[in-house]
Ligand binder design. Structure first.
Ligand SMILES: Nc1ncnc2c1ncn2[C@@H]1O[C@H](COP(=O)(O)OP(=O)(O)OP(=O)(O)O)[C@@H](O)[C@H]1O
Ligand SMILES: [Mg+2]
Length: 341
């Protein structure tokens, strides 16, 4: 094969993310754009998840400095018959905003990254459970002088577009939720009290996804979502584990085999344990239900030749709780599954 040599990479234009790669392949000069390469990577995935019809950018070209906010190489997401990717895309395409509700570890954060990557949208992520200051969210003056204003995350999203991802949205402070209300309804703008009440219209490609754990006694610290905010979110998508209780998903076993590098039988047992622990978590008997990522980590240690029940001590057992009695409950589930097959 002819040897390829990169001759130069030139940025063309100010706002456009078009870089001209001039390469030499034998005697032929090849030109291509990174933008095109990204599109080429996206296309097969878009058809895999059946979302090619939702053009979220609608011809709009984001400024190149926002490219670093577009996620890339998001790991595979096992969607199965739930079609979460398609449902989220459809919701934000039509209504600009939606909410994802589900227990911890069901892949809500993961899927938002995937959606942003597939749609080619910059992502502004805010964890509402952390006490992020109003300055960081809306902006502030630095130093003296009116010219020294810096936009916060929410204001940047409002001006520049992309996906505003509000993780743990039900933990959001009341004053922040109230300020988001006008942007989510027909007014479609944000009022910046801090800056002479500047009115910032919502960018036409400004989408919002909120995620949260269901409000119930078992989820420590969760509270019901503010009613005014809830009403504005339009579409609510419920998430659940791939396998739970008696329902065991072959796709989850396959993922544990490939990512955890264990044989099918070990993977099946690991998933069965996970499914039972999740059942107990959902019924309030355990404080945590393992995600597929947790099961993969357990499998990775097992693949090193450590017996699975022993590898579980350092992963799934200690992760569930510090409490000795609860750890014993998990141990019994593991012993049950690993001796019954
Ligand atoms: N359907 C899935 N396909 C592939 N990986 C998944 C899937 N669901 C969950 N995971 C993996 O499980 C782990 C937990 O997922 P994630 O952090 O997205 O959960 P979450 O719903 O956001 O949880 P929390 O409510 O605690 O924030 C990650 O490693 C993620 O990649
Ligand atoms: Mg999350």
């Amino acid at each position: 094969m002819a040897k390829r040599r990169l001759l130069s990479v030139n940025k063309i234009g100010h706002d456009k993310d078009i870089f001209r790669h001039k390469t030499e392949m034998g005697k032929t000069k090849v030109r291509m754009t990174t933008l095109k390469l990204r599109e080429q990577k996206r296309a097969p995935l878009a058809s895999k998840y059946d979302i090619a019809k939702y053009d979220m950018r609608q011809g709009y070209q984001f400024p190149s400095e926002l490219n670093q906010l577009i996620p890339s190489n998001t790991p595979e997401y096992v969607d199965m018959e739930n079609k979460y990717v398609e449902r989220i895309m459809r919701a934000i395409y039509h209504f600009k905003q939606c909410a994802l509700v589900g227990p911890s570890g069901t892949g809500k954060t993961h899927i938002v990254y995937l959606v942003a990557e597939l749609a080619g949208l910059p992502m502004w992520e805010i964890n509402c459970g952390l006490q992020t200051s109003v300055y960081d969210l809306f902006g502030r003056y630095i130093g003296l002088g009116k010219g020294n204003w810096i936009d916060g995350q929410i204001v940047s999203w409002c001006r520049q577009g992309g996906i505003l991802y509000l993780d743990e949205a039900n933990m959001m402070r009341q004053d922040v939720a109230t300020r988001l209300n006008p942007i989510l309804d027909t007014r479609g703008h944000l009022v910046l009290n801090e800056k002479d009440n500047e009115i910032i219209p919502r960018h036409p490609q400004g989408y919002l996804i909120a995620s949260m754990n269901p409000f119930s006694a078992e989820f420590a610290g969760t509270k019901p979502l503010n009613a005014a905010f809830r009403r504005r979110l339009t579409v609510w998508i419920n998430f659940d584990y791939l396998s739970v209780g008696e329902k065991i998903a072959q796709r989850e076993i396959d993922l544990v085999v490939t990512k955890g590098k264990v044989d099918e039988q070990t993977a099946t047992r690991i998933v069965k344990v996970g499914a039972e622990l999740r059942r107990q978590y959902k019924s309030g008997d355990l404080p945590y239900g393992p995600s597929i990522g947790d099961l993969v980590n357990w499998a990775v240690l097992s693949s090193e030749g450590i017996p699975s029940p022993q590898a579980a001590e350092e992963t799934i057992i200690s992760m569930t709780s510090d409490n000795e009695e609860l750890q014993e409950v998990v141990r019994r589930v593991i012993t049950g599954v690993f001796t019954s097959l």
